[in-house]
Design a protein around this ligand. Structure first.
Ligand SMILES: Nc1ncnc2c1ncn2[C@@H]1O[C@H](COP(=O)(O)OP(=O)(O)O)[C@@H](O)[C@H]1O
Ligand SMILES: [Mg+2]
Length: 310
């Protein structure tokens, strides 16, 4: 349906996106994952013809569309990262306003506004002004705007940042439902691994403008098929202990949080004895040591040496 070939975007001296190759097939939910600054929004702006790439081509149904973006625009609904709503208008008035921009009117506009309110679960709040809405409700309405013209492709830019768990689940379920019931194709952008893991068939992972991994979940996990993840918890962590782990010859990567360290080692390595010895040496008490099979989050850690979470 949509293909990006060797897309790069330079702002002054810096690449926001570099040599990005990706495709989206009709009916898929594709994940675009990466931490802040990875280049996700820039990639989306290029697909939406809001930003012109420095280099590369975009194909829609096998036609080059960089110079003629209209056919793609017509069937695409974009959910921007920043909420774009009129806060003094009601939910319904916002949808009516944006519906008219999409050339909807009369009975058709009414029908679409009703449908969308139903999809985003705001039917009973339709008469309320948006400034009274919670962050989650604003997000849902922001998504609703992108659904008004019944798009075949929805591109969502971090639609769940900073909202309550309930709205977040609602949004995830809505994306699944639109895909299943209406065969809507979705590009879902996030820096939350578990969302992408839950929703998506295929995943692209970006970091600092570069694509660092892509494929099905299984394919990406297989990058780490020879490794295991060990999560070490302690009441407090000392520099000595952390440094011992950082310089340990059998530890391939390490991520330090407040009271928890995650390390990756080869599958066959047994670290228990070493960990206990090092903890004793640093005179700290371990509260737990857990071994897990690597998650997609661990793949990111492995490829970049950093955790995905901010
Ligand atoms: N209009 C712009 N001018 C200059 N630099 C930009 C602009 N837009 C984005 N960037 C830079 O490009 C990089 C990628 O940004 P962005 O695409 O917003 O990442 P993400 O959405 O993954 O957080 C960042 O370093 C950002 O500062
Ligand atoms: Mg962004």
């Amino acid at each position: 349906m949509l293909e990006l070939v060797n897309i790069s975007k330079k702002f002054k001296q810096n690449y926001a996106v570099r040599n990005l190759n990706m495709f989206i097939e009709r009916g898929e939910i594709v994940g675009l994952l990466g931490p802040n600054g990875a280049g996700k929004s820039t990639a989306i702006s290029i697909m939406s013809s809001l930003v012109e790439p420095t280099q590369g081509d975009i194909y829609f149904n096998n036609h080059r569309i960089l110079k003629k973006p209209k056919p793609l625009r017509k069937i695409t609904g974009i959910v921007p990262q920043e909420i774009a709503l009129y806060i003094d208008l009601t939910a319904e008035e916002n949808l009516q306003f944006f519906g008219r921009i999409y050339q909807l009117k009369g009975a058709k506009l009414k029908e679409r506004v009703n449908d969308v309110l139903q999809i985003i679960g705001l039917t009973d709040r339709r008469k309320e002004v948006v400034k009274k809405f919670s962050g989650g409700m604003k997000r849902r309405l922001n998504i609703g705007v992108a659904l008004l013209h019944e798009p075949e492709l929805i591109i969502m830019d971090e639609p769940t940042v900073g909202i309550d768990a309930q709205s977040r689940n609602y949004i995830l379920e809505t994306v699944k439902r639109l895909n299943k019931e209406k065969n809507v194709t979705v590009l879902y952008t996030s820096h939350y691994m578990e969302e992408v893991e839950y929703l998506c068939d295929r995943i692209y992972i970006m970091d600092k403008g570069n694509l660092i991994a892509s494929g099905t979940k299984e394919e990406i996990r297989r990058i780490l098929s020879g490794e295991k993840t060990i999560v070490i918890k302690a009441n407090r962590l000392t520099e000595l202990f952390i440094n011992e782990l950082k310089t340990h010859p059998l530890i391939n990567s390490i991520n330090v949080e407040e009271k928890q360290i995650t390390i990756m080692v080869a599958k066959e390595v047994n670290m228990f004895a070493d960990l206990i010895k090092l903890a004793e040496k640093a005179s700290l008490e371990l509260s737990s040591v857990n071994i897990k099979t690597p998650t997609l989050e661990d793949v990111f850690l492995h490829l970049t040496g950093r955790a995905l979470r901010d």
